[in-house]
Write a protein that binds this ligand. Structure first.
Ligand code: SAM
Ligand code: SF4
Length: 346
């Protein structure tokens, strides 16, 4: 993938692999295809969100071109997210076109993170475009609590979506945000449920992104406390299982299943970071927990050639910071970052 250094221009020809200043190879791209969503989860959005005008969004063709530029530079895993990726009109055409990179072998995985509300409709089609594994976000199995957390969601639809996904042969992983006083007593039952259906479960600490109209300190449950509580009911064995992501896994002896913990606040996982994120307007965030970003929409639109785009990507990766510095504490009540999680897709 590396091409020769051009001494005259002081530049490398394109494309070349993406290596950041800390010698981390960037092989994983997460793309938020819309900032819109059919839910309003209390930790993610405020009830009255203002969304981007549709005209600001990259078209599906532009998203394809952008993703393909990263694939040419060695990205081998692509995750579409949002907002809710499955509410973007025509999204299946993007999956269909990106699947050519699976067929060529350049891409090892094409996947998505979804709230599950539209999965019943799309599961089989996703599978037909080469998607093998998906993440479904689900924080509770209680319909009333589900409605309270998502403000607008209907648990029966999500359950039907998970059924459809499994019936279509998709491997499902459940992601649950641990919320103090809301679902902390339920995580044990969720483990039994998920593992009983052959699904891994990962619990995530609330991150301080965006104003959501609630106090973060009220939501925040350190996973060290959750783990101690779970250890009263289950035998948890640390295992080496790695997905290249930030989760640390344990095997639950009683269920035989895997449980992951994502702890951005109590444990820093940045040293092995292999990922960058793009918003639906083509802004590249080199770190989920920092403000620095690079506009890729201008170079994308500047020319039919991908060369300006490749150059902008190279320059941005050289600015990838060492890590984030999230804090939720009593002195810092405001979000660490003003941006909502739905902008970068988590
Ligand atoms: N709508 C899709 C979904 O919910 O799966 C994809 C986008 S959503 C922003 C991606 C993930 O981010 C979800 O698992 C959600 O629970 C998580 N998330 C959103 N806001 C968060 C926050 N403040 N802290 C931790 N996780 C958050
Ligand atoms: Fe929508 Fe996902 Fe955010 Fe919930 S977490 S509001 S489903 S984008």
């Amino acid at each position: 993938m590396t091409s020769a250094f051009d001494a005259a221009s002081g530049d490398f020809g394109m494309p070349r692999a993406l290596i950041d200043p800390f010698a981390r190879a960037i092989t994983y791209l997460r793309v938020s295809v819309t900032d819109r969503c059919d839910f309003r989860c209390v930790y993610c959005m405020s009830e009255h969100m203002s969304f981007l005008p549709k005209a600001d969004l990259l078209s599906l063709e532009e998203l394809d071109r952008l993703c393909s530029a990263f694939v040419a530079k060695g990205v081998n895993k692509l995750r579409l997210t949002g907002g809710e990726p499955l509410v973007r009109r025509g999204i299946m055409t993007l999956f269909a076109s990106l699947s050519r990179h699976l067929e060529s072998g350049a891409l090892k995985e094409l996947t998505l993170t979804t709230n599950g509300s539209q999965l019943e409709k799309y599961a089989a089609e996703l599978k037909s475009h080469g998607v093998e594994r998906i993440n479904v976000s689900l924080d509770t199995l209680d319909a009333d609590k589900f409605r309270a957390i998502t403000r607008w969601g209907d648990l029966t639809k999500v359950m039907a979506g998970i059924d459809a996904a499994q019936a279509a042969g998709l491997k499902v992983k459940i992601n649950a945000v641990a919320l103090k006083g809301v679902n902390e007593d339920e995580i044990g039952d969720m483990i039994a449920w998920a593992h009983g259906r052959d699904m891994d479960l990962t619990v995530i600490e609330v991150m301080p992104l965006g104003e959501v109209g609630e106090d973060r300190l009220d939501q925040y449950l350190p996973l060290s406390m959750l783990r101690a509580r779970l250890a009263e009911r289950f035998t948890l064995h640390d295992i080496d299982y790695q997905t290249g992501g930030p989760a640390r896994y344990v095997r639950v002896k009683e269920t035989g299943g895997r449980l992951g913990f994502i702890t951005p606040l109590t444990h820093n996982f940045c040293e092995s970071c292999n990922r960058v994120r793009i918003t639906c307007t083509g802004t590249l965030f080199m770190c989920l927990g920092q403000e620095d970003a690079a506009d890729l929409r201008a170079p994308l639109r500047a020319s039919e050639s991908d060369e300006p785009l490749h150059r902008a990507i190279d320059a941005a990766i050289l600015r990838k910071p060492k890590g984030h510095d999230f804090v939720i504490d009593r002195r810092q009540h405001r979000p660490a970052l003003a941006r909502h999680m739905s902008v970068t897709g988590g």
